[in-house]
Every structure is written in C-alpha cells, then in structure tokens.
Design a protein around this ligand. Sequence first.
Ligand SMILES: [Zn+2]
Length: 295
Amino acid sequence: MILAPGFTGYPLDRGDEMRDDMRNLDALAGDPRAKLLQLNGLEPVPGPDGGLSWAPLDESPDIASLALLGFDAGRVPHFARLGDPVPGQPAYAVWALLGGLSAPEAAIYAGARSLVDWHMRHRFCANCGHVTQPMRAGWARLCDASAGGCGAEHFPRTDPVVIMLAEHDGRVLLGRQPRFPAGRYSALAGFIEVGESIEDAVIRETYEEAGLRVRRVRYVASQPWPFPSSLMIACIAEAEDDAIRLDEKELEHAKWVDRAGVLASLAGDPDAPFIAPPPIAIAHTLLSWWAAQDS
Ligand SMILES: [Zn+2]
C-alpha cells in the first residue's frame, strides 16, 4: 500500500545550491517567468479553479523580502513574500480553502505557510534579542554582527509530534479532544520531548493520555503539518491490555474500535462508531493503512 499523506510530495526542486549567492537570487528574481505565491497573511488566495494563485514579481523586487520556494520542471523560480505579522487571523480559517488545492499545491502551501509564519514569529534573536534579517533566500535569519548583533544564524524549525494507534485484539484505540467537532475521534498524539526517541514518545504519550502500556512501536508514515510547523510521525504499537485510564485534561473520551468500525467511519457511514479525521490529516492515512492490514 503506497501511503501519500496530505501535504507530502513537495513538487518543486528546492534549489538549496542557489540560496547563498545573491547574484544568483537577483538573476532569478529578474526572470520574467518568476512566480510569486499569493497569500493573504498566511492563507492561500484561491485562483479561479480554487487552487493556489501566482502573480509575476514586481519590476525590481526587494530580494531580502522573498523566500525561494523552488523550481518547477521548466526551471521557473517560485517565490513567497516574507511579510509582517498579520494580527487577528484565526488559526484555522484556512480549512475551507484547503479542499480546493491539489495534492502538490497543498504540499507547496504547507512549506510556504510554515516558512512565512516562522519569519513573522522570529524577528528577534533568541540569543541576544537584537533584530534579525532574512538570509539564504528566506531559509534562515541572521543576527548581523556588523549591525550590532551577536552573529547567530537561526533556521526554520520543525517540531516532531508522534501520532499513534495502540492496537489490541483486532481493535485500535481512538480518542476525542473536547475541541473536536461532534462525533470526531482520532489517533492519540503528542509532541516529542527533548531527549526522547520516537518510540519513547509513543510509549510515554499513550500511557499519559490513556493509561495504556504499549510495546513494539513501529513507524508507518509522516507528514508536515503547517499549523505552525510540526512533523507528524505516525506509528502503530501493541497495547499490553485494553483497560483505559483517561487523562481528562487531554481527552474527553477514548474507545476501542474494530476494523469494521474503522472502515465504516472512513467510508462516512452514518451508523459508523465515529466521524473520521479529514483525509488531509495523517490520522486518516494511518487508519486507512491499519484497516487494510490482514490482521
Ligand atoms: Zn543575536
């Protein structure tokens, strides 16, 4: 089974080798074919077909305010503009727009959103507090020593999150957070802490949230999750028993669901035991993968 979680399969050549040479970047920004991703704050501006929309660059753009997203098959450079923070944008206003994006567009959008958002939130040096400037074609920020800073370079961060199914006797454990829409259940999840492996985090989080001891943690798939910049790492593990002891600060309810129940939920059956996570979420991919296993 080929797994293609949402937001994966970034279709552009990221062009890392072009990022450090300002003359290269000037030439790319002067390419009349160059494209600028249209964003309203962090949200995509939909084109006529509901997909991403692109515009030509200005005549002589400020290269320091652009991030190079990469090149398509015709070596057309694609950029996003780095801007100031936009106050008051609801974090999930984007959901209605995501459905209009093709899979490759969703991957471009995820990368661009996380990158633009990171710049907005990292305008000052975490080491010395001095103002920082974009560098490396938007893929880093510099606390410029020649302008009174400490010289530190800062890079866009990715925060790893484990998301997992604990399996016991042909059933998997699903949980519900209070903020979920009515009927929705999903895989348990949590941030990996410093000093933890993926396996350690799966074991700890499953125990903290549901009181379950798990073993034999196995990796299934991963996806970037641009809200704001997580890497979701989907796993499966074996539960030693099925006695749930809920952490009610994290979960409102949790339950075991068998394969038929998962399949019915993924199919949108109104009599299914839960409403499945949306297809763009890796929890959906993980449940589909598990439901397709033999046992
Ligand atoms: Zn500094």
